[in-house]
Design a protein around this ligand. Structure first.
Ligand code: KIV
Length: 264
């Protein structure tokens, strides 16, 4: 059983093998998620909403992500662990390096994720120069929810789509080794996935991305209230949590999820 590394993921992209990603925040779910065949565990700052009951991801602290990454790392067997850099924990390149050091050294993350395009290029370069693998995040940026005026699909008009493509290219050139695209029209996400050499992981970005990610609690239906269009409750059509996780992985690997009804 060999570790899944960024090289494995790049190889998967080249061979057209879809990458299955789920968020994970604790040891018990990490065991089940890995048994289902998930390639990447994302310790997302979505933990603020689904674990802590916050209204957004903004209140999440570096300590919180370190704690949950430690829990995941204890149970992890071979999947790659990506940890989110919380809001205001990477406002400068120096601060970003301090945060990344904590997430990797104390938490056990293999890669860190940060939100943003052109404004993050120096930070990405600084992290990469210090051997920190970076996953970038474009499209709907939950940490910018107040600036964006809500959780909305991004890149719908030509100008915004062009900026997103330029940002994606620049992030790859700055050294980012993976990219998450959230709530982006399928055609634009397809375009960006084909344009880049690095794996592109979609959430609400259509089936053409190199892989897919969902928030664990969303795909198990363990949430109340509004469900975004891109979410599918896999537990609703299976009999157990392990079966739901396996159904998700199989649907991603076979390119059956997301379907048109989950995309924009
Ligand atoms: O925090 C998170 O779970 C994320 C995913 C939605 C991609 O960033």
């Amino acid at each position: 059983m060999s570790d899944i590394t960024i090289t494995t993921l790049q190889q998967m992209k080249k061979q057209g093998e879809k990458i299955a990603v789920l968020t994970s925040y604790d040891a018990s779910f990490t065991r089940l998620i890995e048994e289902a065949g998930v390639d990447v565990l994302l310790v997302g700052d979505s933990l603020g909403m689904v674990i802590q009951g916050q209204e957004s991801t903004l209140p999440v602290k570096v300590d919180d992500v370190v704690y949950h990454t430690q829990n995941v790392a204890r149970a992890r067997r071979k999947a790659l662990i990506v940890a989110d850099m919380p809001f205001m924990s990477y406002s400068s390149a120096t601060q970003a390096l301090d945060t990344a050091a904590r997430l990797m050294k104390e938490g056990g993350a293999h890669m860190v994720k940060l939100e943003g395009g052109a404004t993050q290029l120096d930070t990405v370069r600084h992290l990469v120069a210090h051997a920190v693998p970076v996953c970038a995040h474009l499209g709907l940026l939950p940490q910018s929810v107040h600036k964006l005026g809500g959780y909305r699909v991004q890149g719908r008009d030509e100008e915004a789509a062009t900026v997103m493509k330029e940002d994606a290219q620049a992030l790859q050139e700055a050294g980012a080794q993976m990219l998450v695209l959230e709530c982006v029209p399928s055609a634009l996400a397809d375009n960006i996935s084909q344009m880049l050499n690095i794996p592109v992981i979609g959430i609400g970005a259509g089936a053409a991305c190199d892989g897919q990610v969902l928030v664990l609690y969303d795909m198990l239906g363990v949430i109340s209230g509004y469900l975004p269009r891109f979410v599918k409750n896999f537990l609703a059509e299976t009999e157990s949590i392990p079966a739901a996780l396996a159904a998700y992985v199989q649907a991603v690997k076979e390119g059956r999820f997301p379907a048109a009804e989950h995309s924009f």
